[in-house]
Design a protein around this ligand. Sequence first.
Ligand code: F6P
Length: 362
Amino acid sequence: MATKKIGIMTTGGDCSGLNTVIQRVVDGCVRRKWRIVGIKDGTDGLYENPAQTIDLSDETFRFASAHLAGSILSNGNAGTTNFEYFARTGKLATFNKRLQKSLKDLDLDAMVLIGGNGSLSLAHLHSEIYSNLQLVCIPKTIDMDVPLTDNTIGFDTAVQQLVSYCDQLLLTARSHHRWFIVQTMGRDCGQLALHAGVAIAADAILIPEIKFDIDNLVKHIKQSKRDYGIIMVSEGISIRGHSGKPADMVSRKLTAANIANRTAFPEHIQRAGDTVATDRILAAGFADTALKAIESGETFVMTTIQNGEYKTISLDEFFKAGKQQKDPHIIGAMTSNAYVEPDNILLQIATDMGIYIGEKRK
Ligand code: F6P
């Protein structure tokens, strides 16, 4: 087997499972006697001259904490990455050239890019950066909004984090006869709220994909046999005529109806937590699939799991399959997004459980 030099980097928001997938890729490279180099801080580190790297090929290299959240390689400066600056100032071509040069200087045969739909879309749209090597992407995000994959690294741990959080809240909710409105992350995709809401049997789940009637929500809570519980609200929902945080909006409506309540914001705890077993298995499956794709000469692909089968699909397929939206944070950037579809089985299960999930698909 010809020896190779592989790069690996984590880009976009962090989540639990990144270290596990990095470790599994490193293990697979070491077994194949390939060199593996970690790029620090995603494209920020790649932009540096010379690129910021750590050699991960040493056979004795093992993270004591491959199951911990965050990324040993880091993901770049929040909100101030070089990429964002160059996009804002219309100089992306300069930025891309610099990344291309760094990759040439590193003399890589392939890059394993672990990113969310933003990073994957960018890699597809700015393919010139990676034109001289094989690019294999691994999808990760707590939002689970990457088209054509049934799961993404970090999602199951984020759901577990929310479940543990809500289990604790329910104890105090019961003591004080009040309701908690828990606002989840997820951007404009409701998967995280929906999964966590079903897992804890929330009383209501509000997600951006489904229209809801706030008066019907209030009625539902009033009709409950309990005087405490959890209303799971995705950060992407809106109520006409109201601005501010969605949980606060719902809280005001409940207060006006004399329903005692508090809001709760688990925030970045959703991206933390020891990586759960299913995320570790997913990390192992994606790492294995990515390395096999490199061996067979594939490029501009991402790993995916569909109906239990691990495989790769082209970034072009990924991009075309989703709803193409303007990136809310990066001027001029487009992302390909997936959402909760009307046939999502959890919508039916939630309804059958008596959970209020709104009125109809938008
Ligand atoms: O995309 C992951 C995510 O955690 C979203 O769910 C959330 O809206 C966003 O990132 C938060 O970003 P930041 O960490 O920059 O506040």
